[in-house]
Design a protein around this ligand. Structure first.
Ligand code: ING
Length: 332
């Protein structure tokens, strides 16, 4: 019995500051309807899919940005998306800014803010939640930057790890699914933690500026998309899994985000790619049995990995200086 599932990346064009959630949700419902017509069983929406990419705006008091966050999921504004998904029996991934009131590491109950994504099953159950671990950018206003990237100001580092869940999806009784968000895709550690849980399909959304905003040196423009695809293709190949990577694209507040959403197979091949920077649906049939080859041969982790040699990966944060070679005394 083949394990083929039809998936979609539902790329979104720009969401302007003035655009209410109801408009963004209506756009996503339209993409869901189109997905249903194509027999799609799982649809992946972008990171922070309900609003503009607000971390480009500075607020002295971060509570002034709370309007960009969701305090309930689903809510009145997002219910139409859950209703449509249930009506069509389609599972979905949704990225959004989350306010949660929960205890922190010291057990103190407080208001917490995360860059979050959820996987929702065809019946509307939230199967899995993930909170972005790798927060790029900076926490304070940076006068040197053309555009701010204040994710470290508005979000806490995710505290759920990189979980994988096996759950029914579409015609499949069980698929091993995991998530990551945007900048996470650039870190091989994120992919490997999912791979070590036998992930078969990674859902990820991104909002990525098409121009380097760091102003820290020249980077040819075409490399922005290349680096994104390189990271995802490598992650899939090295962990023998599929990925559905969905962009929010286009110009928001004069800041351009690139599209080029892709679906990638366990050989690292791009099997579908968006070509616009607007709302666009790309689909692919994914034969999950394709994961078997890589994870039973080249990437049979149990046979080939050597954790005793990897201590630096969890033992260090930054890089250290290497040992310095000295010419043998006899030759001096
Ligand atoms: N965006 C970008 C990303 O990682 C970035 C930030 C762009 C970092 C390019 C480094 C280079 O795709 C988010 N939201 O993480």
């Amino acid at each position: 019995m083949s394990r083929i599932i039809t998936v979609a990346a539902a790329q979104l064009g720009p969401i302007q500051q003035a655009e209410p959630r109801s408009v963004a949700v209506a756009r996503m419902v339209r993409l869901l309807e189109r997905a249903h017509q194509r027999g799609v069983e799982l649809i992946v929406f972008p990171e922070l899919a309900l609003t503009t990419f607000f971390p480009r705006h500075y607020h002295e008091d971060i509570a002034e940005a709370d309007g960009w966050f969701e305090t309930a999921m689903p809510s009145n504004e997002t219910a139409p998306l859950f209703d449509a998904a249930r009506r069509y029996g389609i599972g979905f991934h949704l990225g959004y800014a989350e306010i949660a009131h929960e205890a922190n590491e010291t057990g103190t109950l407080r208001k917490r803010r995360f860059n979050t994504s959820i996987l929702v099953g065809p019946s509307g159950d939230v199967l899995l939640k993930y909170r972005k671990v790798h927060l790029p950018g900076h926490a304070e206003y940076d006068p040197k930057r053309v555009v701010q990237h204040l994710e470290k100001r508005y979000f806490e580092v995710g505290n759920l790890g990189f979980p994988v869940i096996r759950a029914p999806m579409g015609s499949q009784e069980g698929i091993n699914m995991g998530m990551m968000i945007c900048n996470d895709r650039r870190w091989p550690e994120a992919w490997r933690v999912l791979g070590l849980q036998s992930v078969e399909l990674v859902a990820l959304g991104y909002n990525t500026p098409s121009l380097n905003m760091d102003a820290a040196g020249f980077e040819a423009h075409h490399l922005r998309v290349f680096h994104s695809h390189l990271s995802i293709q490598a992650g899939c190949y090295q962990n023998a899994c599929f990925a559905v990577a969905t962009a929010k694209a286009g110009v928001e507040d004069g800041c351009e985000l690139f599209g080029h959403s892709i679906i990638v197979n366990p050989q690292g091949e791009i099997i579908a790619m968006a070509t616009s920077w607007d709302d666009e649906l790309i689909t692919a049939d994914c034969d999950l049995d394709m994961c078997t080859l890589g994870r039973t041969t080249i990437f049979a982790f149990d046979k080939h990995r050597r954790p005793e040699a990897y201590g630096r990966i969890t033992g260090q944060v930054g890089a250290t200086a290497p040992s310095v070679w000295n010419e043998p005394a006899a030759r001096r």
